[in-house]
Design a protein around this ligand. Structure first.
Ligand SMILES: NC(=O)c1ccc[n+]([C@@H]2O[C@H](COP(=O)([O-])OP(=O)(O)OC[C@H]3O[C@@H](n4cnc5c(N)ncnc54)[C@H](OP(=O)(O)O)[C@@H]3O)[C@@H](O)[C@H]2O)c1
Length: 320
């Protein structure tokens, strides 16, 4: 098969588009002919400096396509079935072999590209808001990096749950794109005084919940945005900023900071059902996937560079 591989981590131009051996189907798994690859924020971080399973390494957490082969013991999947799949690595290829338990059927008639973008971003946003963030109707939530994959999902899910939704992005133009998703108030965090802006739009109270996928100095300031008894979720490091965190301010406000990692939950019955529901909601048009650009798999380097340029609103997709 063809795959976008690399022999060392680094900037996007480490990608090579090469022939590599086909992956084999294994007991409990399925082999998928890949039709759409959603580039996850974590894929860019892994390519820049993450662990490599081998050399060459095929990066990528998520793709969708059609099952070519079903492994021994798999009863609930069949050849020819369209699925979206998650994996530790290996999405940037023409074929992917994954455990069947981390695949979800794509509803008849649903857009395979849109469904390719759902499990990690929407599932993560859902867990941040509800399972771990305990968001209630009537509360106020701040979604950091609202124009990213997790952000676009979190804005819609929070609004649907009856929350007032604030989100940050690095420009007013990016924020303007988010109102159609249900954003109530955009905060441009390229401005130095953005914490004061969050305070101002919450009548100085602060927000009940922050979903922070940026980390570093942004996470530090997320804590400053919390209301009394506010909760902050740390779920990512998109800012690539190693600034250590000072949590000394949390106690006075009876505030909390919780880490979330979907990967530790994704194969549970709870998370599988939650993600299946989100796929149905996207297929039914109740939730929207924003696909900013699509590239051929052979142009993975350009696609990663574009995503890292912070111009994309929503997802960048590769097509083998
Ligand atoms: N723990 C988990 O289970 C889990 C699951 C999914 C994702 N994540 C993590 O969450 C983070 C976001 O994932 P995603 O899929 O939403 O990513 P994404 O689609 O690439 O979006 C990332 C956003 O971060 C913002 N950003 C801030 N500083 C940036 C920088 N230096 N370089 C690039 N972007 C920057 C950008 O928006 P602005 O330009 O508007 O700031 C961008 O839209 C990643 O760190 C990912 O690893 C964790």
């Amino acid at each position: 098969m063809k795959a976008a591989v690399y022999y060392e981590t680094g900037p996007p131009d480490v990608f090579r588009y090469e022939d590599v051996p086909d992956p084999g189907c294994f007991p409990g798994g399925v082999l998928i002919e890949v039709e759409a690859i959603s580039i996850e924020g974590g894929d860019t971080l892994n390519r820049a400096g993450g662990a490599m399973a081998g050399s060459p390494h095929i990066v990528g957490y998520q793709c969708a396509g059609t099952i070519r082969e079903v492994g021994e013991g798999v009863k609930d999947r069949h050849s020819g079935q369209r699925v979206v799949a998650t994996m530790m690595h290996g999405s940037h290829a023409e074929l992917a072999a994954v455990p069947a338990v981390v695949t979800w059927p794509i509803p008849d008639g649903a857009d395979v590209v849109a469904c390719a973008c759902v499990p990690v971003a929407f599932g993560t946003a859902h867990d941040c808001l509800f399972e771990f963030g305990r968001l209630q109707a009537g509360e106020t939530v701040l979604v950091q990096a609202g124009a990213g994959g997790v952000g676009v999902a979190a804005i819609q899910l929070a609004k649907r749950a009856g929350a007032t939704v604030l989100a940050t992005a690095s420009s007013d133009e990016r924020l303007a794109r988010l109102h159609e998703l249900g954003l109530d108030q955009g905060i441009n965090y390229a401005q130095p005084n953005w914490v004061a802006a969050v305070r101002a739009v919450t009548d100085a109270k602060g927000v009940d919940l922050v979903v922070d996928s940026v980390g570093g100095s942004v996470l530090q300031r997320s804590l400053q945005c919390l209301a009394y008894r506010g909760r902050c979720i740390t779920v990512g490091n998109a800012g690539r900023d190693p600034q250590p965190l000072d949590v000394s301010g949390l106690a006075m406000g009876n505030c909390s900071l919780t880490g979330v990692f979907l990967g530790a939950e994704i194969a549970t019955d709870r998370a599988r059902a939650m993600i299946a529901g989100l796929i149905d909601d996207v297929a039914g048009g109740e939730l929207r996937v924003l696909v900013d650009r699509t590239y051929p798999l052979a142009e993975a380097a350009a696609a990663h560079a574009y995503l890292e340029s912070r111009q994309a609103v929503g997802r960048v997709v590769l097509v083998p």
